[in-house]
Design a protein around this ligand. Structure first.
Ligand code: AMP
Length: 294
């Protein structure tokens, strides 16, 4: 097994100034897996309900994603998230979240995934993230992504799992919540912390060394959902293929940035499905020109 991704597989309803997509494939683990799968085979662990259209799972399987860890819960309903973006895409309002099968699921890691070395704990309940980690004896690098809901509602469980990870990804607002209200980052600061700043790029701090990376100047935005997950998935997917020193982390962040920039061009995973590694390399080369000087 190469990269293991744990998190939500969802049916999203997304409303933006350019359109609306109802009940489309989404979820933190979905976006993350698609992004990582450009570099490596990905094992995905998540529950879905019987209402998850088969075509989505088949499409994942065709995209280098092993879906053996996707549990179809009998009689269950898939996790659902509805979000609306402001006219300029800069603000997002969650209109509804229905955890459904994602609320409490069987976190048993399939035998074939137990030797995973590179793990991405995408946005989800910290308790489930910890339960999965404990079954992975050979883990070399673990990244964790989280969000407000879990920071405020599962603080203790998040603190416990944070102590076992190498990298933490947060957006600005979540970082403030963690450092401000709970001071969790002082109690359990992983080696690498990555603050995602949306259209302003990201800041990576590893062992106290900072690296700042802007976002790609995108011309086409239709749906920003999943950009953060693609950034993380692109990073871990690339890292699996290489080292994890600071310079490699920087390169990984450039891949994460570029994959995220493609993700937001279309709704759901539509753009990721047509994307090729060559497209990624072409844009990354242009990105490098955009941000470097002698
Ligand atoms: P992002 O835009 O990177 O923050 O990720 C958006 C994805 O996260 C959507 O596809 C949602 O289905 C999923 N999501 C929203 N809320 C949660 C949650 N509480 N736990 C796990 N996944 C979530």
């Amino acid at each position: 097994m190469s990269v293991l991704v744990v998190g939500s597989v969802a049916l999203d309803t997304v409303k933006t100034s350019t359109g609306e997509a109802a009940e489309v494939l989404g979820g933190s683990a979905t976006y993350c897996s698609y992004a990582a799968s450009f570099f490596n085979r990905v094992g995905l662990i998540s529950p879905v309900g019987e209402d998850m259209p088969r075509k989505h799972l088949d499409a994942m399987a065709e995209h280098n994603i092993d879906t053996a860890g996707l549990q179809v819960v009998p009689g269950g309903k898939t996790f659902r998230w509805t979000g609306r973006y402001s006219e300029d895409f800069l603000e997002r309002t969650t209109e509804s979240v229905e955890l459904n099968v994602f609320g409490d699921y069987d976190t048993t890691v399939p035998e074939a995934f137990r030797d995973a070395e590179y793990v991405f704990l995408a946005n989800g309940a910290p308790e489930a993230q910890r339960a999965v980690l404990e079954q992975l004896d050979r883990r070399k690098l673990v990244f964790l992504d989280t969000m407000n809901l879990w920071i405020t509602e599962a603080t203790e469980a998040l603190l416990a799992v944070l102590k076992q990870v190498d990298g933490l990804l947060l957006n600005d607002e979540e970082a403030r919540l963690l450092t401000g209200e709970t001071n969790l980052l002082t109690a359990a600061r992983p080696k690498t912390v990555i603050i995602k700043k949306g259209e302003h790029g990201a800041v990576l701090v590893s062992d106290g060394r900072p690296f700042v990376i802007p976002a790609w100047l995108t011309e086409t935005v239709n749906d920003p959902t999943g950009a953060g997950d693609c950034f993380g998935g692109g990073m871990i997917g690339y890292l699996k293929a290489g080292q994890t020193d600071f310079e490699t982390l920087k390169t990984a962040a450039s891949y994460g940035t570029v994959i995220a920039s493609f993700c937001i061009e279309d709704f759901s995973v539509a753009r990721l499905q047509t994307l090729t590694l060559e497209d990624i390399e072409v844009r990354r080369a242009r990105f490098a020109e955009m941000i470097s000087w002698d």
